[in-house]
Design a protein around this ligand. Structure first.
Ligand code: ADP
Ligand code: MG
Length: 671
């Protein structure tokens, strides 16, 4: 039987359940086998009836003496059974499962697993799991019993039966696609054993060993696939080598024109990028730097080089506000160079010719002739999906790619996702930056806090953000209403002596643009905004940020928000408010007080909330993992090393090549 055939072709009942199975991402028999239990019920203690104690979880093997339905008032019904073994008899009770009287008959050999309780003076089992005993090994009782992610109409018990059936169809000599040298190097289980032990282990050690093998496979295949794609890409694709040396004069004039000196990390990143641009293979580099580390200017140097070589560049931003800001900053800083910067978003029509085009992804590529394009820069990369990146690549003239992000993706994870992507890090902050003082502020002190903000703003002539609660994933009317109410209240009341403006996503683009411009030009003091200002916004004169309902944000997101201040050498502050009383929320928010570094915060979030959340904001570009986890860095590294070793000899392992083809290409990045 073909384990990779569509599940609906595998049997009539699957055809009917295909929709529900899709919810569990089960599309083939193989997916069934990789539907991994998230825990096991321990029913392995098999006991004689005379030995059981109330409160124990046990399995009893016996013979059915009596089985009957009993109807009560109010449409309820009970199923009562008596089961005996060589030592005694026990009463069993189920609720509302009248079909049991048909499945279980007097004389049947049966196993019952569950908790023992007492009724008056006799012991009994209420609603135990049961299984008729045959010569086959039991799967629902008397052992570690797997519990799976379920959905409506698809129970763990049902899944268990299907898994057993598919496992039985795998022959003992089932070929293992993993080269035997890897299996022995890494001390892994053979695939056949891993598959059966992950579902029906004898003990937890066996389950863990099985999980290790399957997680290894997943990471290994993903990385090997990324590497093979990358190799094809390098072999096939010739890029545009950009000259560097002959433009030293122009570059140093540009550096001199900047209002600051570059940090060491910026210089090093620029050096790495220029080296790449000089090659005839397209650059594919990720620039990773914490919020405020100064990524934009690094991108500008790259775009300048592209221009000096006679090519245009585009800079993609995830939001219109950020695109507008980049347009302004870049135009200003390029003032002396004579470069023409254009802006293209859904609401701003491009005017005239340009050397550099800044915009949102949707419109950018309609405006440019691919043959003129030398470099594509993608800012806040974690905000874009895989598709956008592949579109960008397809339409270009094999341009160089620079992606930028503040999300601290561990290098190992980057490797899994992108194959051999090159990464540059901005590890140091611009000179003179101060630690942003962060306080989890008790609600009792709210009015005091507003008074303090007023004084602070008036004395130092600085500005503030107030970020309203994040209510839903996308910015809906509810979020906007909450922000509007808060804005009106503060304006009339606690902050009436200051000038406030409101910003949210549903405002007209022109309006948004005007407000951001006025804020930058210090025409008002406080910007009350929805969380849409999260990424990229740069207002160096803002030194205070207030974040409402802070517990609703992930730490990485809070860190991004906090990064809206502390962008100059002035002391900045972040005030966190929360209504939550949960101790976990308070540990997380206290973390914001003591930790300033985005990578460390991401790690804390990983510990406290699990990987789903840390990668929450970047899940677009992430492959889905069934068994492994991105936090398992040592396994990622082992799998990467083995993939690296096998890559040049891949054609000697046809079974492995076939397995690679079973991974949907869409699962990994286009690189
Ligand atoms: P991010 O890495 O978050 O995108 P930006 O590129 O927006 O950061 O830079 C943050 C702020 O720091 C901007 O106002 C920018 O002009 C300023 N900046 C960048 N590099 C330096 C530097 N080397 N010294 C001082 N300020 C800098
Ligand atoms: Mg930025």
């Amino acid at each position: 039987m073909d384990l990779h055939a569509p599940i609906k072709d595998t049997g009539r009942n699957f055809k009917m359940l295909a929709g529900r199975l899709e919810k569990l991402e089960i599309r083939t028999p193989w997916d069934f086998l990789l539907h991994i239990p998230f825990r096991y019920d321990d029913f392995s203690l098999i006991s004689k009836i005379s030995d059981v104690q109330p409160g124990e979880t046990v399995t009893i093997n016996g013979e059915v003496l009596e089985m009957k339905n009993q109807y009560t008032k109010r449409w309820k019904n009970l199923q009562r059974a008596k089961v005996k073994d060589s030592t005694g008899v026990i009463d069993i009770l189920w609720f509302n499962q009248s079909y049991l009287a048909k499945t279980i008959s007097v004389g049947d050999k049966i196993a019952l697993s569950g908790k023992v309780s007492t009724d008056k003076n006799s012991i009994m089992m209420v609603a135990p799991d049961y299984e008729l005993l045959t010569e086959k090994e039991p799967i629902h009782t008397g052992r570690l019993v797997p519990i799976y992610p379920e959905t409506r109409g698809i129970s763990s018990k049902w899944i268990r039966r299907q898994v057993r059936k598919f496992l039985d169809e795998i022959p003992d000599n089932f070929p293992d696609f993993l080269p035997s040298e890897i299996i022995s190097n890494e001390k892994l289980l053979p695939l056949r054993n891993a598959l059966s032990q992950i579902h029906f282990p004898k003990n937890l050690d066996e389950a863990n060993k099985a999980r290790e093998r399957l997680a290894f496979d997943e990471l290994f295949l993903l990385q090997l696939k990324a590497k093979t794609k990358r190799e094809e890409w390098i072999e096939e694709v010739k890029g545009i080598p950009l000259g560097i040396k002959q433009f030293e004069k122009e570059l140093s004039a540009f550096y001199k024109s900047l209002p600051f000196n570059l940090t060491n990390s910026q210089e090093k990143a620029i050096e790495e990028i220029l080296k790449d641009l000089n090659q005839d293979k397209p650059m594919n580099r990720l620039l990773q730097g914490d919020v405020g580390s100064g990524k934009t200017v690094v991108a500008m140097v790259s775009m300048y080089i592209s221009h000096l070589n006679g090519y245009k560049s585009v800079l993609m931003a995830p939001t219109e506000i950020l695109a507008q800001q980049h347009y302004k900053t870049i135009s200003n800083l390029f003032d002396k160079t004579g470069l023409k910067v254009g802006l293209a978003t859904s609401s701003s029509k491009l005017k005239g010719d340009f050397d550099i085009l800044v915009g949102t992804h949707s419109v950018l590529f309609k405006k440019i002739d691919p043959s003129e394009l030398g470099l594509v820069v993608i800012d806040e990369q974690q905000r874009f999906g895989v598709e956008q990146r592949s579109i960008a690549r397809l339409k270009g003239n094999n341009p160089h790619f620079l992606t930028m992000t503040a999300t601290p993706i561990p290098r190992t994870v980057a490797l899994t996702i992108y194959g051999d992507l090159d990464v540059s890090y901005l590890r140091d902050m611009p000179h003179g930056r101060k630690v942003i003082k962060t306080w989890l502020t008790p609600n009792l002190k709210r009015e005091d806090a507003y008074k303090w903000i007023e004084k602070e703003i008036k004395t130092n002539k600085t500005q503030a953000f107030i970020i309203c609660p994040f209510i839903e994933e996308s910015e809906t009317m509810q979020t906007i209403k909450a922000a509007t109410v808060e804005f009106e209240k503060l304006k009339k009341d606690s902050l009436k002596n200051l000038k406030l403006e409101l910003l949210h996503g549903k405002m007209k683009s022109k309006e948004k643009q005007k407000i951001m411009e006025d804020f930058k030009n210090k025409k008002f003091d406080i910007l009350v905004a929805t969380p849409l200002v999260e990424v990229g916004i740069d207002i160096p004169n803002a030194t205070i940020i207030v974040i409402e309902a802070a517990e609703r944000f992930g730490l990485s997101q809070l860190h991004q928000l906090r990064g809206r201040v502390g962008r100059s050498d002035m002391q900045s502050y972040c005030l966190l408010f929360t209504e939550s009383k949960s101790p976990q929320a308070s540990v997380r928010l206290k973390g914001m007080e003591s930790i300033q570094n985005g990578a460390e915060l991401a790690e804390l979030d990983l510990k406290l909330r699990g990987p789903g959340d840390i990668f929450g904001t970047m899940q677009h570009g992430m492959p889905k993992l069934k068994v492994a986890s991105f936090s398992d860095t040592s396994l990622i590294q082992r799998a990467n090393a083995e993939a690296e070793k096998i890559l040049p000899r891949l054609s000697k392992f046809p079974a492995l090549e076939r397995e690679l083809n079973n991974i949907a290409s869409s699962q990994i990045s286009p690189d």
